[in-house]
Design a protein around this ligand. Structure first.
Ligand code: C2E
Ligand code: MG
Ligand code: MG
Length: 583
């Protein structure tokens, strides 16, 4: 039902209006002064507001001004009702952003006409916004899911495809599903890179992609991974021989030379192919790819140009992980963990506005161990729960101390693993940490990855609401490396989007990445999200980001993650990002 709010101090007029609108089956709300009107509008977010000009408490102009300052109410169509038809009032109202003006007394037809015109205009604006958003979303989706040179799908889409194929995989002779995964690289491509121009290399890759596609059937998928490596999902296979047959067919396609440099030069390519099988070898695409890659490496080591099926003996086991795990169990007690802090800079002011806490492990014998190595082990073993809790407590206490010392509203961002996110008592744990460390919850920001959300979307939605109700800010970390579209992710109602380093790192040389970052920032802004670019290393990346109006950045260009003492010094000297002249 369409909601209409009437703000009018004269009881007689107000009730008349309400009766009339009720009869037209609008849902009505009313207030007899501007102040209450603003409060009701903020709470109910009506579809249209009718408002008197002269009222006690807050007049119509003041009411409109306040409504236009609040993002929840700023676009609500607003019609003034007034007995005075003075031109000056009319102009003042319009300048404040009123949509229409009705002079009392007005007829029923005039009123309903004005309402209907505004509602139609609102619907048109909304439809336009939605279709623009859908278009931008589709464009971004395409950019993020395809390789620009070959036009093939990329690693990101491969995951999606695999999940879909798995649901409908054909069955083998024993009625078991089967999906072969092929991992393929071009042998000795480096020698061609020396002799062929960039354009000719691209043409060669495109031609190669075509031949690969010719070897598979409709429903199968060829993806370009990176650095001349490809993957194939054989959705139509019913036995492992089908995989071998495709590998042989690819070998045969490569017997014919490729013509490059305006058909002047013949080039021969050969490929090394590794194959793994779902579900015999593994159930998830990441493991299947790494197994197929291990089989491919075996072929490469044998001189390339061939294929090999993955076997367990190819697995790289080091025993290293096991000894790390047992040490990690005691790392907290032994004070071997440290929190490092990387500043986050506002791109408009160049000021430090926040920091991300990043775990560091200083192992007594092995020395520095990177989180990339120990966090996955901690996640697998569940040790991430105590480690993550220690990080939260340490970071919150640190933030509180810095607030007191430097009197700046510094935001503290902490990474939250999926195990922590799924803890049924996460909110209680956080409340305890806030009370122990005296940090106000509004300074804590939790960074979640896309994969955490898509595992169990409904639960994730509820958890995020609960966290936001505590006053915590939610960020999506490593955006673009996961599975989903921005519009879908947005339904989780987070506040901040962190653009993954892989899009930022060669922003200036890679037009595809530039287009992606630009589109992400634009879409985020139209969805009301703050954007943060991760891993900014060069001045030119920075100036691109400023041009795209990205909000904040983190990266070595300003500072790597540093220990608490060094971060304190950055705050003490109020270090700033030198602002570029052009901005
Ligand atoms: P992340 O949350 O995406 O953190 C950003 C990573 O990018 C950090 O790596 C940071 O040192 C690195 N980085 C920042 N600026 C630059 C740059 O300009 N260039 C380059 N090349 N790298 C940059 P780090 O500290 O090695 O952490 C890796 C990942 O480990 C983090 O990625 C995060 O996912 C995880 N992690 C770290 N600490 C924690 C923790 O306390 N809890 C959880 N659950 N995960 C953590
Ligand atoms: Mg992070
Ligand atoms: Mg990240």
């Amino acid at each position: 039902m369409t909601k209409i709010l009437v703000i009018e101090d004269e009881e007689f007029v107000r009730e008349n209006l309400i009766d009339l609108l009720d009869a037209e089956e609008f849902e009505t709300f009313s207030a007899d002064n501007g102040k209450d009107g603003v409060a009701i509008a903020t709470q109910e977010v009506p579809d249209l507001i009718l408002c008197d000009v002269m009222m006690p408490e807050l007049d119509g102009f003041g009411t409109l001004e306040r409504l236009r300052q609040n993002s929840a109410t700023e676009t609500i169509p607003f019609i003034f009702l007034t007995a005075k038809a003075a031109k000056i009032d009319f102009r003042q109202g319009m300048e404040l952003g009123a949509d229409d003006y009705l002079t009392k007394p007005f007829t029923r037809a005039e009123l309903l006409g004005a309402i209907s015109a505004q509602l139609q205009k609102k619907a048109r604006v909304q439809a336009k916004y939605e279709s623009d958003l859908a278009q931008a979303e589709a464009k971004l989706d395409y950019l993020m899911h395809h390789d620009p040179v070959t036009g093939l799908t990329n690693r990101l889409s491969l995951r999606d495809r695999f999940t879909k194929i798995r649901e409908t995989a054909p069955l083998d002779a024993e009625n078991k599903p089967i999906i072969p995964v092929l991992y393929l690289s071009l042998d000795r491509f480096e020698r061609l890179q020396k002799s062929l121009s960039h354009t000719h290399q691209s043409t060669l890759l495109q031609e190669f992609a075509k031949r690969l596609t010719a070897c598979i059937q409709e429903g199968d998928t060829v993806a370009y991974l990176s650095d001349r490596e490809f993957a194939i999902l054989l959705a139509t296979a019913t036995q492992r021989q089908d995989a071998l047959r495709v590998a042989q067919a690819i070998g045969k396609e490569l017997d014919r030379p490729f013509l490059v440099s305006d058909s002047q030069t013949e080039v021969f390519l050969s490929a090394s192919i590794g194959i793994s099988l779902y579900p015999q070898n593994a159930e998830d695409i990441d493991t299947l790819l790494s197994q197929a890659n291990a089989a491919r490496e075996y072929v490469v080591a044998k001189g390339g140009n061939g294929y090999h099926l993955y076997t367990v003996s190819l697995q790289v086991t080091t025993g290293d992980d096991l000894s790390l795990e047992s040490h990690l169990r005691r790392a907290i007690e032994r004070n071997e963990l440290q929190a490092y802090y990387q500043p986050r800079i506002d791109l408009k002011t160049g000021e430090i506005v926040g920091t991300e806490a990043l775990a560091r492990w200083i192992h007594p014998e092995k020395g520095f161990i990177s989180p990339g190595k120990f966090i996955p082990i901690a996640e697998e073993t569940g040790l991430i729960v105590p480690i993550g809790e220690w990080m939260l407590k340490t970071a919150c206490a640190q933030a509180h101390q810095w607030h007191q010392q430097y009197n700046k509203p510094l935001v503290m961002a902490v990474n939250l693993s999926s195990r922590q996110f799924m803890l049924p008592d996460l909110c209680q744990r956080l409340v305890r940490i806030f009370s122990e460390t005296q940090l106000s919850s509004r300074y804590l920001e939790l960074e979640l990855t896309e994969s955490v959300l898509v595992q169990n979307p409904n639960l994730a939605r509820q958890n995020i609401i609960a966290l936001k109700n505590l006053g915590i800010t939610i960020a999506i970390d490593d955006f673009g490396t996961g599975y989903s579209s921005l519009n879908y992710l947005h339904s989780f109602n987070f506040d901040i989007l962190k653009i993954d380093r892989c899009f930022v790192s060669d922003l200036t040389e890679n037009p595809q990445n530039a287009a992606i970052v630009k589109a992400i920032v634009e879409m985020s802004h139209s969805l009301g999200l703050t954007t943060i670019a991760e891993g900014v290393e060069t001045e030119s990346e920075l100036s691109c980001l400023q041009e795209y109006t990205c909000d904040q950045m983190q990266g070595y260009l300003f500072s790597p993650p540093v220990n608490a003492e060094a971060f304190g010094e950055l705050l003490a000297q109020d270090k700033r990002l030198p602002m570029l002249a052009s901005v």
